[in-house]
Each structure stands twice: as structure tokens, then as C-alpha cells.
Design a protein around this ligand. Sequence first.
Ligand SMILES: Nc1ncnc2c1ncn2[C@@H]1O[C@H](COP(=O)(O)OP(=O)(O)OP(=O)(O)O)[C@@H](O)[C@H]1O
Length: 211
Amino acid sequence: MPLLTITDLSVARAGLPILSALSFCVDHGEALVLRGPNGIGKTTLLRTIAGLQPALAGEMSLAAESMAYAGHSDGLKATLSVVENLRFWADIYATKDIAPALAQMNLDALADRAAHSLSAGQKRRLGLARLLVTGRPIWVLDEPTVSLDQASVQLFAEAIRSHLAQGGAALMATHIDLGLPEARVLDLGPYRADPLAPTGGSAGAFDEAFL
Ligand SMILES: Nc1ncnc2c1ncn2[C@@H]1O[C@H](COP(=O)(O)OP(=O)(O)OP(=O)(O)O)[C@@H](O)[C@H]1O
């Protein structure tokens, strides 16, 4: 059975349907990249899949507590050091060893630096290192390589490959080349919804969470 199965999913923003009747699977060892122009609904779709807003229709099938989501924000505690941030997340996810995540994202030299003092790209590397300590198989990532230089994009691609090699999966939205030619690509263009279709719900109330 695939790690994640999406069936006939429709999502809305501000009470308006934006994507409809989407179906796809992401299996062990697979990366799927969502593509589409600005505003088509990639962020909305990923947030819906991450459970941050309700779907208008459709089904999602995945094991409980199998997903780690990283959105536009890095989700860091500004006053904690790099190591303290990772230990915090390791405690949340009941995992132990943060050393591989530090090494894989090239953060060893920054281990004791407060997160607020990191550059944008360093913060993003720390945000991505968080994924490594979750121990969760399905990674859902929104624009994961924003702010990263070429070397860090390569580190990211290697971290994804190693995650896939361990049976994990990644679902990502991006406009940038991730350096992962093996990833499947899903163009969201054909799933653009009719904005006049009734939503039949109160999904607009969840827009307050989009800050
Ligand atoms: N508060 C709002 N009111 C009305 N429409 C909104 C609101 N917030 C977002 N939208 C619209 O919802 C649509 C989906 O936005 P979303 O951020 O999911 O797109 P995206 O594909 O991730 O875009 P990008 O590539 O620019 O990041 C967009 O057309 C956007 O203009």
C-alpha cells in the first residue's frame, strides 16, 4: 500500500474552490513534485494534506503520525541554539539522535549559535534538519529550497535521497530545480477548479491561519 493516497481531493481558499478532483499516490522511496503557476493552490493543497485546513471533498489515506510538514516558515525557536532547537523537536517526536541531522545539513559549526543569529539560508537548513529528527516517513515540503545556495540545495537533495532510500517519501511544491531528476512531477494545471462552484462549507474561516 502507498504511504500516501489522495483520492478526488478538492481544496478551497477564502471560501472559493481552487483545485478539484485530484488523485495521486506517493509510495515508499518516491518523491513527487507539485508544479503550477503562482496562485494555483500548491500551498493550499499541501496545508490541506497536512491537516491544517479541511478539504472540500475527497479522501486522504495515510498512517497516523506518519507525516512531517515544513511550510514557508522555518518553525524555529529564535532564542534557542541550533542544537537546542533540534533537541526540542527530537523530544516532541520522541526520537533521540540529532547528530546525523546536524551533520547532514552541515550545521556542526553552528551548533551553539542562537537561531535568530543565523542567515536566511542557515535557518532554512536548520528547518530542514528538523525533518530529519522527526523520524516520520512522509515529508510534505512547501518551497523547501528557498534561500539555499547551490551547495545547500545539493545537501537538501542528498537528504531527500537518503530518506527515500530508507523507504520514506517526499511531496514537495517548488518553482526551483531541486536537483532531483528522479522525482515525479505533477502539473496542477488540469485540476484548477471552477471558482463559481459552491464550496458547501466554511473553509474560508481557516484563512486566518495563513499568515
Ligand atoms: N485571503 C484570500 N482571499 C482570497 N483569495 C486568496 C486569499 N489567500 C489566498 N488566496 C488565493 O488562493 C489561491 C491559492 O494560493 P496558494 O498560496 O495556495 O497558491 P500557490 O500555488 O502556493 O502560489 P505560489 O506559487 O505563489 O506560492 C491564490 O490564487 C491566492 O490569490
